[in-house]
Design a protein around this ligand. Structure first.
Ligand SMILES: Cc1ncc(COP(=O)(O)O)c(C=O)c1O
Length: 384
């Protein structure tokens, strides 16, 4: 079978040069593997709870492309209310939601400013360029946090040599900086400045819920400075599918056109919207548990000399550790942990990521901590 037609296995690695099949092929292939594994690769791996499955089963549906789907409509209204925006639209994914926001805010061939490690730039295949003819100008943040003074000089002069600067995007929490919460005073400064100089502002709030829970600042307040916000139901909230984009009614009407253009119109979408609505109503008050679990994992990692916590802090549910090359690579760490039943991701050649979520309990976290300490400690002990 030609290489490009071979079925891909689930990746354990986003690290450059890694083969996603390599770590998997070393694993225990027994059918009940998933029952014993502690899967900390992402908060997207959760399975719907019985209550969520019941809500999905009972969902009232319509045709959301021809006219409307009542469950989708309820989800959109409720999301807009929670985020404090005029309107919201249900999206199949966070990536589509971000890309549509950028497209609607920017004219073709203009530029937006973003942090260099943000998901929009790093993990979405440069879709803004491929699909919308836009350019990103990246800025290096301190731990994923941008300062207004870094952005001010970046607006291009009105001159035919230059693209036009149109938009600034931020990410809260910041995925590649270990779930870092953006400092709200700086967010307000950046968005106020953007408005005064004629730029739009967009928030990638895939994990906004975590930021709200951990900071004690509600979603409305966190979203208020921005023209638009994208949120995900399929991450910490535990829904199987879906995201939403929120903003003014006029902006959302344009986003609806773009969603159709991108092939994101969904018919009886109430089936999946019901899971998202259930998650929004039932799972927003349980994040402190995930954050406590991440702190425990962070303590375990910090006690291992080969592991250094990226950014030296754990704000929410993500722990990123840089692996000392003297120990080995991130892929080797992932492979060894997997052999002991703990799944995590290699996100760079020397960095691994652990994410807590509603499908891992305290007992599993305690077990994972012991395994991480044994694996990370063992090889150093051998090499000295
Ligand atoms: C910060 C952030 N934004 C956007 C996305 C994209 O979401 P999706 O996987 O639904 O496209 C992710 C996914 O992990 C993310 O972490």
């Amino acid at each position: 079978m030609p290489q490009h037609q071979m079925p891909q296995q689930r990746p354990d690695s986003y690290a450059p040069g890694s083969d996603p099949r390599a770590a998997s092929s070393l694993s225990d292939q027994s059918p009940d593997r998933s029952l014993r594994e502690i899967d900390l690769r992402s908060d997207t791996v959760t399975k719907p709870t019985p209550g969520m499955r019941q809500a999905i089963f009972e969902a009232e549906v319509g045709d959301d492309v021809i006219d409307f789907d009542p469950t989708v409509e309820r989800l959109e209204q409720r999301t807009a209310e929670v985020l404090g925006k005029e309107a919201a639209i249900f999206m199949p994914s966070g990536s589509m939601s971000n890309q549509i926001a950028i497209r609607v805010h920017c004219d073709r061939s203009s530029e937006f400013l973003c942090e260099e490690n943000c998901h929009i730039y790093h993990y979405e295949q440069g879709a803004f360029a491929q699909l919308s003819g836009l350019v990103a100008r990246t800025v290096s943040g301190q731990g994923g946090v941008l300062r207004l003074e870094q952005l001010e000089p970046l607006i291009r002069p009105d001159n035919e040599h230059f693209v036009r600067t149109r938009l600034v995007t931020l990410e809260n929490t910041h995925n590649r900086w270990g779930g870092r919460i953006q400092p709200q005073d700086e967010v307000v400064r950046i968005c106020d400045w953007a408005r005064t100089v004629g730029l739009r502002s967009h928030l990638d709030g895939a994990r906004l819920w975590n930021a709200a829970a951990a900071s004690g600042t509600n979603e409305q307040t966190l979203c208020a400075p921005f023209d638009s916000v994208s949120v995900c139901f399929s991450k910490g909230l535990g829904a199987p599918v879906g995201s939403a984009l929120a903003g003014t009614a006029e902006f959302i009407a344009e986003a609806r056109r773009a969603r159709k253009l991108f092939g994101g119109g969904m018919r009886q979408a109430g089936i999946i919207a019901a899971g998202a609505l259930y998650a929004l109503e039932q799972h927003r008050d349980r994040f402190s548990e995930d954050h406590e679990h991440a702190r425990l994992l962070g303590d375990a990692c910090a006690s291992c000399p080969p592991l250094a916590i990226r950014g030296n802090r754990i704000d929410t549910n993500i722990v990123i550790c840089d692996v000392d090359p003297a120990w080995g690579t991130a892929t080797e760490m992932v492979t060894q942990l997997k052999a002991q039943g703990v799944r995590c991701l290699a996100i760079d050649a020397q960095a691994v990521r652990f994410v807590t979520h509603l499908d891992v309990n305290r007992e599993q976290i305690d077990t994972a901590c012991e395994i991480i300490q044994a694996v990370a400690g063992a090889k150093v002990a051998k090499s000295v």
